[in-house]
Design a protein around this ligand. Structure first.
Ligand SMILES: [Zn+2]
Length: 407
C-alpha cells in the first residue's frame, strides 16, 4: 500500500496517468532507436492535496546521464525579485543554499552583501563550476548526519535557500529534519518551486516531468510548510519556467492556511479530462493544418516538449523540432524520434508553417522574434505551454485555418 510522500496518508486517488514515458533528457541518437520507458502515473493525496508520481524512477537511474542542465543556461529574471524578498525579511547575513547547482544564486547573494555563504550540491560538475566562481560548496547529498556535521563546523544559518528542489524530493519529512537542524531559531527559510496551478486548470500535461515527483500549488506549499512548523511571511508568483512560487517562511505555529482542500481536489479530479480535451483539439488543429498544406515545426526539445509530443501523440504531426541547445541538434526526441535541428532550418522553409512554441513563456518574445527573422511571414507562431492561455492560442490557429480555407 502506498503512502503520501508529504503526510503519509493512504488516502490517495488517481490524478492522471500518462502511461509508459521515456526520460526527457535521454535523446535518441538514431531516429528509430528503442527508448527505455517508465510508468508516469500521478496520484493526489486527499488529506494534504499533494499531487505526486506514484512510482518514481530510481534517482540513480534518472540522473545517471545528468551532465549539462545548469541553471545559468536559463536566464532567471526573477532572481532580483527573490533577493528583494529575502532582504525584506532581513534574517541576517549567513546563507546556506541546499541544491546550489552551478552557484548562480549564491554569486548573486555575494553581490548583495550576504555571507558567509555555503552551498550543498550532489552533482559533481555543477559543484566544480560553482567552485570556479570561488564559492564554498559541499559536494554531497544532504543527510541528517551531514547537517549535524555542518552545524558543528559553520554554526546555524540565518537564511536557508531551497530553489527548485522540493519538487524532486522522495523524502520530504526527512529533508525538513535537516532544515530544522541547520536553520537558526529566528532564521528564514526561502523556498521556490514550480507552480502547477495554471497547468492543472487549463489541462496542460507539460508541467508534469518525471524529475518532478511532487507537484505544488501555492496553498499546497503553504500547508506543507505549516506541517513542518513554518509560517509563510511573504509569497510571490513569477512567470518563470512554467510558473514559479517563491515564499519566505519563519518558524511558528499556523492556525489556518489558504488551502481549500475540497476546491483543490476538484481541480485535480478534472485534470486528466482537461488534458485529454486539449490534446484532442491540438491534434485535430495540427491535422487540419497539414491537410491545408502547412508545415508543423516545434520550437523546443526539452522536458515540456517531450511530455507534449509523447502524451499528446504528436509523432506523425510534427516535421521536426528546433532547439538552441547545440548538444541536442542532430539528435532525435525521446519516445517519438522527432528530429532536432538548429534554428537555421527555419530559413529553409519554403511553405507556410505553424511554429508551436514549446519554450517557457519567459523566452517566447525572444524566440518569436528569431523565428520571424529567419522565416518571415511563412511562420505562424503559437504557444503550446501554460501559464499562457493555450486554449485561446488554438482558437487563433483555428481562425487562421478558417481564413485559409475561405480564400
Ligand atoms: Zn498527503
Amino acid at each position: 500500500m502506498k503512502t503520501c510522500r508529504l503526510c503519509s496518508s493512504r488516502n490517495l486517488t488517481d490524478a492522471i496517468d500518462l502511461g509508459a514515458m521515456p526520460i526527457a533528457h535521454r535523446m535518441r541518437k538514431q531516429r528509430d532507436e528503442a527508448d527505455q520507458r517508465y510508468p508516469f502515473h500521478n496520484i493526489v493525496c486527499r488529506d494534504c492535496g499533494l499531487m505526486q508520481i506514484a512510482d518514481p524512477i530510481d534517482p540513480e537511474e534518472l540522473y545517471r546521464d545528468f551532465n549539462f542542465c545548469f541553471s545559468s543556461w536559463k536566464p532567471q529574471p526573477h532572481i532580483a525579485a527573490e533577493f528583494a524578498m529575502i532582504s525584506r525579511t532581513f534574517p541576517g547575513k549567513s546563507m546556506l543554499e541546499i541544491g546550489s547547482n552551478d552557484g548562480l544564486f549564491l554569486m548573486e547573494a555575494r553581490k548583495n552583501g550576504f555571507g558567509p555563504l555555503l552551498g550543498i550540491e550532489p552533482n559533481r560538475l555543477a559543484t566544480e563550476q560553482a567552485r570556479t566562481g570561488g564559492l564554498p560548496i559541499v559536494n554531497e547529498m544532504l543527510t541528517p548526519a551531514l547537517a549535524a556535521d555542518l552545524v558543528v563546523k559553520h554554526g546555524k544559518f540565518d537564511t536557508i535557500v531551497v530553489r527548485q528542489v522540493l519538487e524532486h524530493l522522495l523524502d520530504i519529512p526527512g529533508f525538513f529534519k535537516c532544515v530544522d537542524l541547520l536553520l537558526a531559531p529566528q532564521g528564514v527559510l526561502f523556498v521556490d518551486v514550480p507552480d502547477v496551478e495554471q497547468g492543472m486548470r487549463s489541462g496542460d500535461a507539460t508541467m508534469l516531468w518525471e524529475e518532478h515527483v511532487n507537484s505544488f500549488t501555492a496553498p499546497v506549499l503553504e500547508s506543507a510548510l505549516a506541517r513542518f512548523g513554518f509560517i509563510v511571511v511573504e509569497s510571490e508568483r513569477y512567470n518563470f519556467s512554467g510558473g514559479t512560487i517563491a515564499v519566505a517562511a519563519r518558524r511558528g505555529a499556523v492556525q489556518r492556511t489558504t488551502l481549500d482542500l475540497e476546491k483543490h481536489l476538484a481541480v485535480a479530479d478534472k485534470f486528466a479530462e482537461r488534458v485529454e480535451g486539449y490534446q484532442k483539439r491540438l491534434k485535430s488543429v495540427l491535422g487540419r493544418a497539414r491537410d491545408a498544406g502547412f508545415g508543423v515545426v516545434l520550437y523546443g526539445a526539452g522536458n515540456r516538449a517531450c511530455t507534449l509530443t509523447n502524451s499528446g501523440d504528436l509523432k506523425s504531426l510534427i516535421d521536426y523540432s528546433v532547439d538552441d541547445q547545440v548538444e541536442r541538434q542532430g539528435l532525435f526526441m525521446p519516445g517519438t524520434g522527432i528530429p532536432v535541428r538548429s534554428s537555421a532550418a527555419l530559413a529553409q522553409e519554403g511553405r507556410p508553417f505553424l511554429c508551436l512554441l514549446a519554450v517557457n513563456n519567459e523566452h517566447e518574445t525572444k524566440v518569436a522574434a528569431k523565428v520571424r527573422d529567419l522565416a518571415g511571414a511563412a511562420a505562424h507562431i503559437f504557444t503550446s505551454l501554460s501559464p499562457a492561455d493555450i486554449h485561446s492560442e488554438l482558437d487563433r490557429v483555428s481562425a487562421l485555418l478558417d481564413r485559409e480555407s475561405a480564400s
